[in-house]
Design a protein around this ligand. Structure first.
Ligand SMILES: Cc1ncc(COP(=O)(O)O)c(C=O)c1O
Length: 430
């Protein structure tokens, strides 16, 4: 019998995967050019590379306008503010997402209301969103998660029926498209993060896309200390801040956009091989294909752990896969209302009239604590050899699950820790 590496056996793989982030010689040249130009900041606004990048990124996603800014959290705050979300309004968010989706709603003065997710896409369930609507609901904030899109057509229908705004959180899906429509181009606005782990990155950074000129102008004012936008047709005056992106970051993002299609194609090809292989294994299940995806993004490749009658936990499975040399995560996200990063207090957010931690979204809880295994996208970038190792390791653990039945629970300790605790131990570079 092959002994699992977590129990002292030989691991499937000892090599690291492809490095992330990636860059080219053109990036080096552009960065040097910015350095020597002495035009480093975000002002004059929008600056040269920031404008060029924003327009190209908007074009690629089929939106009219793009406004770069400091990060994906601020992108959501500003999009909500520019859409007209006000103090005490309710905004429906999926429970299964990065905490920042919900905290951005709080920072905008509104109240996040948690909807559950669809079990096959892990994105906001349309039915759960419908049930969460009250007379105070102002917006839907679906997240396109990991490798799937929220089902936008019925969500947009729901928004029209109830007169709600739609802001898409696209932090995971740069370049992705649903039924031929680009991420961030379907609602009133779409927000992206360019933080280090993302499919395009400048270390930090973000962008808001919109096709509404009124929103574009207002977003620009929020990002540029309240100053009028260059067009200023709507003359909306707001208290803004300095959320501008630097020219160094914008230059890097231009290069990231150039390489995005090639890297996405490599991930999609390896993702398809992985899904085909996992479908034939016991105790695991690939997410069902989403036919609506016309350009597939894979930020993390998610598959499901299905233990059947075994009492081996998902966290133990993930720890065993890690030990085989395949970095992976189980609690990549917790339902935000249960996350220990979401220490929300009424005295800090005067708009709150309820305890946000009292939500219950069973599908999100199952995904977070029992079912999902997240593989970072760079494991899909190295070609056939890398994906053969991933498949081999998943197969080894899945087929030999019985070896873990009596394993010491301490072996899974790292995988059971919360997001707040883990950075003290983990040495990730993002
Ligand atoms: C789904 C989601 N929304 C929002 C954000 C916030 O982006 P940032 O970290 O750039 O503020 C992130 C990323 O961290 C994310 O994953």
């Amino acid at each position: 019998m092959t002994k699992l590496a977590i129990l002292g056996g030989e691991p499937v793989r000892r090599k690291p995967f492809s490095p992330w982030p990636q860059f080219t010689e053109r990036d080096r040249a552009r960065l040097l050019e910015v350095l020597e130009s002495r035009n480093w900041g975000g002002y004059p606004f929008p600056n040269r590379y920031a404008s060029e990048f924003a327009q190209k990124f908007a074009d690629y996603h089929g939106a009219k306008y793009g406004c770069t800014l400091v990060n994906g959290t601020v992108a959501i705050v500003v999009a909500l503010q520019a859409a007209g979300v006000k103090f005490g309004d309710e905004v429906i968010v999926p429970a299964y997402t990065w905490d920042g989706t919900a905290t951005a709603v709080l920072f905008a003065g509104a109240i996040p209301v948690f909807a559950d997710i669809d079990p096959d896409t892990y994105c906001m369930s349309v039915e759960s969103a419908r049930q969460a609507i009250t007379p105070r609901t102002k917006a839907l904030l679906p997240v396109h998660l990991a490798m799937r899109f929220a089902d936008m057509d019925p969500l947009l229908d729901l928004a029209r029926e109830k007169d709600l705004l739609v802001i898409e959180d696209c932090a995971h899906v740069h370049g992705g498209a649903y039924k031929g429509r680009g991420a961030g181009s379907m609602g009133d606005a779409g927000t992206f993060s360019m933080q280090s782990s993302k499919l395009m990155t400048a270390g930090e950074g973000g962008i808001v896309l919109t096709s509404r000129l009124d929103m574009f102008e207002t977003i620009q004012s929020y990002v540029n200390c309240g100053r009028a936008s260059m067009t200023d047709q709507f003359k909306r005056r707001v208290i803004g801040s300095n959320y501008r992106l630097t020219e160094f970051q914008a230059a890097v993002l231009l290069g990231q956009l150039e390489t995005l299609p090639e890297l996405a194609a490599a991930r999609v090809a390896m993702g398809a091989k992985l899904s085909a292989a996992l479908a034939a294994l016991p105790n695991v299940r690939p997410l069902p294909p989403q036919t609506a995806l016309t350009r597939e993004p894979i930020y993390n490749y998610i598959f499901q752990y299905r233990p059947g009658n075994s009492k081996v936990s998902r966290d133990m499975f993930a720890a065993a896969l890690d030990a085989e040399g395949i970095p992976c995560d189980g609690r990549f996200y917790e339902p935000v209302y249960r996350s220990d990063l979401f220490q929300v207090k009424r005295e800090d957010f005067p708009q709150l009239d309820r305890d946000l931690r009292k939500a219950s979204c069973p599908v999100s809880e199952r995904a977070a604590y029992e079912e999902s295994i997240w593989l970072p996208q760079f494991e899909l970038l190295g070609g056939e050899g890398d994906i053969a190792d991933v498949i081999g390791a998943v197969e080894k653990v899945a087929v030999n699950l019985a070896q873990l039945e009596d394993a010491d629970p301490k072996l899974a300790a790292l995988k059971s820790m919360s997001r707040a605790e883990r950075p003290r131990i983990e040495k990730k570079n993002y």
